[in-house]
Design a protein around this ligand. Structure first.
Ligand SMILES: [Zn+2]
Length: 144
């Protein structure tokens, strides 16, 4: 939508500005592709859960837009993992934590002691949990 009152020059500048923004977004989405996410999950699974080769063979790992309340989810029965696209804006060590959390659910379907022992191999697990809780708290207190 281009405001009516724009001159030709302003219109040109506006279009250039919007195109630049679009390109930036495409570049970002490219890095945040489902293929890249799956590769990352497989690498993490091989490194942290070598005794569970099934973790390195998830059926699908993808970004989803419809997950507002949860950062990630896993369906162990079909081996699919979904991460909220909101995570693309967060540090990579936080994304790695969410991936390792969901990958561990392919082995343990609950939040039992053995589950947390697995996740705890990732040294930044506690820090990442604190980071995500902080964001959830900030959002909960946001009047919007
Ligand atoms: Zn969980």
């Amino acid at each position: 939508m281009i405001p009516d009152a724009f001159s030709a020059t302003e219109e040109r500048e506006w279009i250039d500005h919007m195109l630049a923004r679009l390109q930036k977004r495409e570049a970002r989405d490219g890095r945040a592709s489902d293929d890249a996410l799956r590769d990352r999950a497989v690498r993490l699974a091989r490194r942290y859960y070598p005794e569970h080769p099934e973790c390195a063979r998830p059926q699908s790992v993808r970004w989803v837009d419809n997950q507002q309340r949860r950062w990630g989810s896993c369906t162990p029965s079909d081996g699919s993992i979904r991460l909220s696209r909101r995570l693309t804006m967060m540090p990579s060590w936080v994304i790695d934590y969410v991936l390792l959390h969901e990958l561990a659910h392919l082995v343990h379907h609950d939040h039992s002691r053995p589950f947390w022992d697995m996740v705890g191999r990732y040294t930044k697990a506690e820090r990442a949990r604190g980071y995500l809780e902080g964001i959830a708290d900030a959002e909960a207190s946001d009047p919007r």
